[in-house]
Ligand binder design. Structure first.
Ligand SMILES: Nc1ncnc2c1ncn2[C@@H]1O[C@H](COP(=O)(O)OP(=O)(O)OP(=O)(O)O)[C@@H](O)[C@H]1O
Length: 249
């Protein structure tokens, strides 16, 4: 056992003439928080999309717990316990928070029958309430999700992902568009999800303060290629990273 939950090896992905990822190799250690940084257009979201099965890769291998997943599709990968959130939140804005939570649990269920069966399940409701409490939205559980602030919607989306008890959660810019007060709360929740629930996190983040604070390992992409991997300190002091990324901000 390598200690890695995800092993990306030599992954390349192009869209027409645009090379979005070229020979990328990254490890996501079990139980850790791995960060992914890089300038706009450096291929971060493409790599996430490749890992969760959103599109086929051109070359390379992606393993989850030692199993090749690069040919599997989104629902199959989700069922294995690998989930992601998006830059733009994907909540059901006309439903209340509780309904959003209950509907999210379908990922690992087999069919609609099971889904509605489990929705009635008191245990599932209690778990949804616990998670809403965890992200600080319990008091707002019957509020229509579209009426929450953007930051609260992101917290709801995070709680929705946790409903599926993922082993790994890929978070695409979790703090984008959130005000600084809520950001600290979110960092705290992410750390607690990692420590208390044992969820491995792989996080794309533009906010340097956030990622340096959160991640134990960070990889930096530039022009679709892996530029550097290291501890937050090593990454912060790597002249190649500073040139390619930090210097540009
Ligand atoms: N579906 C697509 N079709 C065509 N080109 C794409 C597609 N998805 C991504 N690209 C291109 O691939 C490159 C990498 O994009 P990607 O979104 O992965 O970068 P990113 O690092 O996530 O950027 P950002 O930080 O702005 O979100 C860009 O040049 C982008 O325009």
């Amino acid at each position: 056992m390598s200690g890695n939950l995800i092993e990306v090896r030599g992954v390349s992905k192009s869209f027409g003439g645009v090379v979005a990822n070229k020979g990328v190799s990254i490890d996501v250690a079990e139980g850790g928080i791995t960060g992914l940084i890089g300038p706009n257009g450096s291929g971060k979201t493409t790599l996430f999309n490749s890992i969760v099965g959103y599109h086929p890769i051109d070359e390379g291998s992606i393993q989850f717990k030692g199993r090749e997943i690069s040919k599997l599709r989104v629902p199959e990968i989700a069922r294995l316990g690998l989930l992601r959130t998006f830059q733009q939140t994907r909540i059901y804005s006309k439903m209340d928070c509780m309904k959003n939570m209950l509907i999210s649990v379908s990922h690992r269920d087999e069919g609609l029958g099971t889904m509605f069966g489990s929705m009635r399940d008191r245990e599932t409701e209690e778990f949804a309430e616990e998670l809403l409490e965890f992200v600080g939205l319990y008091q707002k559980r019957f509020l229509i999700a579209g009426e929450l602030s953007f930051g609260q919607q992101k917290l709801l989306e995070f709680a929705m992902a946790l409903m599926n008890r993922p082993e790994v959660l890929l978070l695409d810019e979790p703090t984008a568009g959130i005000n600084p007060t809520l950001i600290n709360g979110l960092i705290d929740r992410l750390k607690r999800a990692n420590e208390q629930f044992g969820i491995t996190l792989f996080v794309i983040e533009h906010n340097m303060r956030v990622i340096m604070n959160l991640a134990d390992r960070i990889s930096c992409l530039a022009h679709g290629e892996l530029l550097a991997t290291g501890t937050p300190d090593e990454i912060q002091n790597d002249p190649r990273v500073v040139d390619a990324y930090l210097g540009a901000h």
